[in-house]
Write a protein that binds this ligand. Structure first.
Ligand code: GDP
Ligand code: MG
Length: 434
């Protein structure tokens, strides 16, 4: 996701990062290029215009032109404004009531049923006891599809296809009896332009769900706004944006929160039940701008299991992070999921991820770190020229490759250090993107 946008923004900032101060004209040219990159990523023009206007204002107010590190300062401003465009702070499910009711609505094929299964898995891992309810009387075999998902993720299932309103009410009773604390209700989709069946409105008024999630396909881009209109009357509380794994542009994520006035709560990044991520605007802005997403990586690693991976995840959260941890991370990766998804979270590695050579890159990194002594892994600053030559020799690599790995590690470490404290907008000492 976001590959082409990240790539283009990376180019803009590389250009701006030429030594010395920037002129006003160079800043303006940079802003123009950022706007073009956003538009090419299918960001809505109004959203792009407003984002750039705010960046321009802040750049003037914070005297970017007079700054000694103008590109870094501009980058921090763009990061902050991008996060704001995506909703600012991360929004969470409300999950009010016993049981809480989460209703999934959206156009046909947007990913509601898949998301219902993903959400059930996610909530189970948070200690909840979900009941998956199928209230889709239209799609043939809808109940079977959801039931299969329910057993795959190990949660209870109820069908309400024969009488959606009565069936869902019955499921609420069952949940109370069986101490299940959250209903996840899957509903039918409707072709564009066709208003949702009235029974959806009845479910909403009968059960007043604490969360009505509108599930939208990121690939639909700006068209999703028009599709969303049909569901406005249902009191949508938040968005789930699916198929971001297939959309290299990502414009929908940057546009929909402000255009629909609703936060994105989750994103879908694949077809498997585990391919759901809570959405955090700041972390997403970091990923788009090539800073990686180490907090997300820590979560994935913890999920992948393995004691070593869990320890590393804890260290990442604590903000201490040695080359040994970096190695554990690399080792755990192949287990934690598709490599390219994980690599895109490590600062500076996002670009590598697109290469065929990913595996080779990982093998090299592993060989280099394994060729170091324990002391060297813990204190890489002691690595002088002769030690580096020895390591390169021992790992079958070059000193240049050793240096490259060290600088990737250094980037990761600097970011990790900043993770513990929430960085304020415009925080200093931004790492280089490449
Ligand atoms: P519904 O009609 O809204 O219930 O949509 P489904 O849940 O049946 O999904 C429609 C298709 O989209 C299925 O083939 C899913 O596997 C696929 N799908 C759903 N979410 C994602 C996602 O996040 N990424 C990808 N790549 N495919 C997805
Ligand atoms: Mg469905």
């Amino acid at each position: 996701m976001f590959e082409s946008l990240s790539e283009r923004l990376g180019q803009v900032f590389r250009k701006l990062r030429a030594p010395g101060r920037l002129t006003q004209a160079e800043v303006e040219e940079g802003l123009r290029e950022i706007r073009q990159a956003l538009l090419a990523a299918d960001v809505h023009y109004g959203v792009a215009r407003e984002l750039l206007a705010r960046v321009g204002e802040r750049a003037a107010g914070e005297r970017v032109v007079e700054s000694l590190a103008p590109a870094e300062q501009l980058l921090a401003i763009v990061r902050g404004e991008m996060a704001r465009a995506m909703g600012g702070a991360a929004a969470k499910l409300r999950l009010a009531g016993r049981p809480a009711v989460v209703l999934l609505v959206g156009p046909a094929g947007s990913g509601k049923t898949t998301t219902a299964g993903k959400l059930a898995r996610h909530l189970t891992r948070k200690g909840r006891r979900p009941l998956l309810v199928c209230a889709d009387p239209q799609r043939p075999a809808a109940a079977e599809q959801l039931q299969t998902l329910a057993s795959r993720v190990g949660v209870a299932f109820a069908s309400a296809v024969d009488d959606p309103v009565g069936g869902v009410a019955g499921a609420v009773d069952r949940a109370r009896r069986e101490l299940l604390d959250v209903l996840i209700v899957d509903s039918p989709g409707f072709p564009p332009g066709v208003p949702p069946d009235p029974f959806l409105g009845e479910i909403v008024s009968a059960l007043s769900p604490s969360d009505v999630l509108l599930v939208l396909d990121a690939m639909a881009g700006q068209e999703a706004v028009r599709m969303a209109e049909a569901f406005a009357s249902l009191g949508v509380t938040g968005l789930v944006l699916t198929k971001l794994d297939g959309d290299a542009r990502g414009g929908a994520a940057l546009s929909l929160p402000s255009r629909l006035g609703k936060p994105i709560l989750f994103i879908g990044v694949g077809e498997r039940p585990e391919d759901l991520e809570p959405f955090d605007p700041e972390r997403m802005a970091d990923r788009i701008l090539g800073f990686g997403d180490l907090a997300g990586l820590a979560e994935k690693l913890a999920e992948a299991g393995g004691e070593a991976a869990a320890v590393t995840a804890a260290r990442v959260r604590e903000g201490t992070f040695t080359l040994e941890d970096f190695l554990v991370q690399l080792e755990a990766m192949s287990r934690a999921g598709p490599l390219d998804q994980l690599l895109s979270r490590i600062p500076g590695l996002g670009k590598v991820a697109q290469d065929e050579a990913v595996e080779a890159e990982l093998r090299r990194a592993r060989a280099i770190i394994q060729s170091m002594t324990v002391e060297e892994r813990r204190n890489p600053h002691i690595l002088g020229a002769s030690r580096k030559r020895r390591i390169a020799h021992g790992s079958g690599t070059t000193v240049q490759e050793v240096n490259q790995l060290l600088s990737q590690y250094e980037q990761a470490r600097r970011l990790v250090r900043g993770l513990g404290k929430r960085r304020p907008p415009g925080w200093g000492g931004l790492p280089q993107t490449r």
